[in-house]
Design a protein around this ligand. Structure first.
Ligand code: ZN
Length: 157
């Protein structure tokens, strides 16, 4: 496993739509393992493949304190609203209050190609939405309703 470089806002890679994963091979497993290690090392909550320069539909998200892999994920249900502070590993100096659903259900494949769904509430729902957006080239800044001074922020991204 290896730590990968996290691409920063301004790089066009972060604006691209990613391709669905079709091959569940060693190359994919290496990417996922590296993403998990990079996420843990960065102190973030989630990481999408385009953030490490790979235009594939794969993300890793901390569920509790365990990184979980979501391949070809999609949000299949949302409900409620939350307004809370959000950040992104690709935008280290930008923090803002965003509008997000309070609850979100994600459907994805695991590395064996099996479909599963997971319900998220609060921070996890926000992470599901944030990471899936990365796969369509959308950054969280789109949802900011009020910027927060980065100097005041110690919260995790
Ligand atoms: Zn992000």
């Amino acid at each position: 496993m290896a730590i990968r470089n996290i691409i920063q806002e301004g790089d066009l890679v972060l604006t691209k739509k990613c391709r669905a994963v079709e091959k569940f091979d060693d190359r994919l497993f290496e990417l996922l393992d590296d993403m998990k290690e990079t996420l843990i090392q960065s102190g973030g909550v989630g990481l999408a493949a385009p953030q490490v320069g790979v235009l594939k539909r794969a993300v890793v998200i901390l569920v509790g304190d365990k990184p979980v892999e979501f391949i070809n994920p999609k949000i299949i249900k949302t409900s409620g609203h939350q307004q809370s502070v959000e950040g992104c590993l690709s935008c280290p100096n930008i923090w803002g209050i965003t509008n997000r659903p309070m609850n979100a259900t994600i459907e994805a494949l695991d590395r064996n190609g099996n479909t599963f769904t997971m319900d998220g509430e609060g921070l996890l729902a926000k992470a599901f939405c944030h990471e899936c957006d990365h796969l369509d080239g959308i950054l969280f800044t789109k949802y900011i309703i009020k910027y927060v001074n980065p100097a005041d922020m110690k919260e995790r991204r």
